[in-house]
Design a protein around this ligand. Structure first.
Ligand SMILES: [Zn+2]
Length: 476
């Protein structure tokens, strides 16, 4: 299978054909942080900002120079950012930008600083050449101007000076999407948070497993987060620790997020297909008429079970065994649960929706939580170091909520989770017991869903063909 991966080293394509992407390619070609490259990328970027035919309207054209400069800085390597972090002034580039801006716009000089821990608003104003009196008049301004006081390391602040050398505007860029913009008006300073909506485009990745799922996913161009999400979606049907075999295959359609034609992150998995030991499992994301979003198989059944098979990301260290010799007491003592060895502090998840029936110390079990699910099922989690936030008798919990953390409280030889699953009070092997399914697509919208599912499943074939076409072209 390895040779397949070598033939298709970049099993990752984006189906997108917006004009902005073409421009973005030019920008991406010069991500270097030296001033010349910056200037080139910058003017292209600015161009894109002023032409603006795509679906992301820039919040205010007059701020575009600063906003663009900052997002472009984000694209440069972290180390390069660090080297220019303290006094990020590129007067040459700014002059160019200003000259290229519409003639009607006032000519502003921008100075930009990366905020580090220890910086204060006062010290940043000082660096930009403005005193505390001006700072106070800004934060006492209208709108959201006062929010300028909440600074966090890693954010970027830019000061704009007008022809007369007076402060005209401030952009505090919280992250790629969110900027607090403060501007001088006739009535003084006024602030407004500007949030940009990314363009969302579907992307496709596929891979063949040789070693681990994560290695295969990475070779397919997927981030670890995306790989984890995929494992989470299929985790109900496939045990990724024990069931995955060499030669298993996956295909994923997911969202890529773009800003100014430049990819900056990935979003949700829209659909995924996994061939595990020859058996196909398909998951489709669907939002029902109540607005609840979940993953379903093409027949409308939920990808989830009403219970997690495993309430922790850890390996089994001791199995359910009603004949077991107890490791501490050295007598035959049934092991009415499954043990998972994990470092102290590892989060423990609620196996299903339910209510806390017990939370506290329980003899040899140590710090323990018992959840009640419906009428006849309870789950028990023992030896915790501490309970989850807000976990006490009567608390309502949702599947996957953190109800506690691994520890070694009670009678134990080392830190682990002891997990029990009981039906009508009698212990069952949580790894073998047949788990009830979570709710399927509502009957009233099943016909609608079936049509949607058919389209989504057909898309795998479409993406696959495109991908093979691209891969072969790259191979030539
Ligand atoms: Zn145990």
């Amino acid at each position: 299978m390895r040779h397949v991966l070598k033939m298709f080293p970049k099993t990752h394509i984006t189906i997108a054909a917006a004009t902005s992407v073409v421009i973005a390619a030019a920008i991406l070609m010069s991500p270097s942080a030296d001033v010349e490259a910056n200037r080139m990328a910058y003017s292209l970027d600015l161009d894109e900002g002023t032409v603006k035919e795509s679906g992301t309207p820039s919040p205010r054209p007059s701020k575009q120079p600063a906003a663009d400069k900052m997002s472009e800085d984000k694209a440069t390597a972290a180390s390069e950012l660090a080297s220019i972090s303290n006094e990020t002034q590129l007067p040459g580039a700014l002059d160019t930008a200003a000259a290229m801006a519409e003639v009607s716009e006032p000519e502003l000089q921008w100075q930009e600083y990366k905020i580090k821990s220890g910086d204060t608003l006062s010290s940043l104003f000082g660096k930009a050449g403005f005193n505390d009196g001006i700072m106070l008049s800004v934060i006492h301004g209208s709108g959201e101007a006062d929010k300028l006081q909440r600074l966090y390391a890693g954010e970027t602040i830019a000061f704009a000076t007008d022809d007369a050398g007076e402060l005209a505007a401030i952009d505090l860029q919280r992250n790629l999407l969110e900027t607090l913009h403060v501007e001088k008006t006739e009535e003084g300073f006024t602030g407004e948070t500007v949030v940009r909506e990314p363009d969302v485009k579907p992307a496709f990745a596929s891979g063949v497993i040789d070693g681990s799922l994560y290695v295969a996913a990475r070779e397919a161009g997927m981030s670890d987060r995306l790989a984890m999400e995929m494992a989470g979606i299929f985790g109900w049907n496939i045990d990724f620790v024990y069931d995955v075999r060499k030669g298993d295959r996956f295909e994923v359609v997911y969202e890529e997020l773009y800003l100014d034609g430049e990819k900056f992150d990935t979003g949700n998995i829209l659909s995924a297909r996994f061939i595990n030991q020859g058996k196909e499992v398909i998951a489709l994301q669907y939002t029902d008429s109540n607005g609840d979003t979940d993953y379903y198989s093409p027949d409308g059944s939920s990808m989830r079970k009403a219970f997690l098979r495993t309430p922790i990301n850890a390996r089994v260290s001791s199995s359910f065994n009603l004949q077991r010799r107890h490791p501490v007491l050295d007598v035959v003592r049934p092991h009415e649960g499954t043990d998972y060895a994990a470092p102290p502090g590892t989060p423990i998840k609620a196996a299903g929706h339910g209510r806390v029936q017990f939370a506290g110390w329980k003899g040899g079990y140590g710090r323990t939580v018992i959840l009640k699910h419906g009428d006849n099922i309870t789950t028990l989690y023992a030896h915790m170091s501490r309970l989850g936030k807000g976990i006490k008798n009567g608390t309502k919990v949702k599947q996957g909520d953190t109800i506690g953390h691994v520890g070694s409280s009670g009678m134990v030889t080392g830190p682990h989770l002891h997990y029990e699953f009981r039906i009508n009070g009698s212990p069952r092997n949580s790894r073998k017991v047949k788990l009830p399914d979570a709710k399927p697509v509502p009957k009233s919208e099943m016909a609608l869903f079936k049509g949607f599912a058919e389209q989504q499943v057909a898309k795998f074939e479409l993406f696959r063909q495109n991908y093979q076409h691209l891969a072969l072209a790259a191979d030539e």
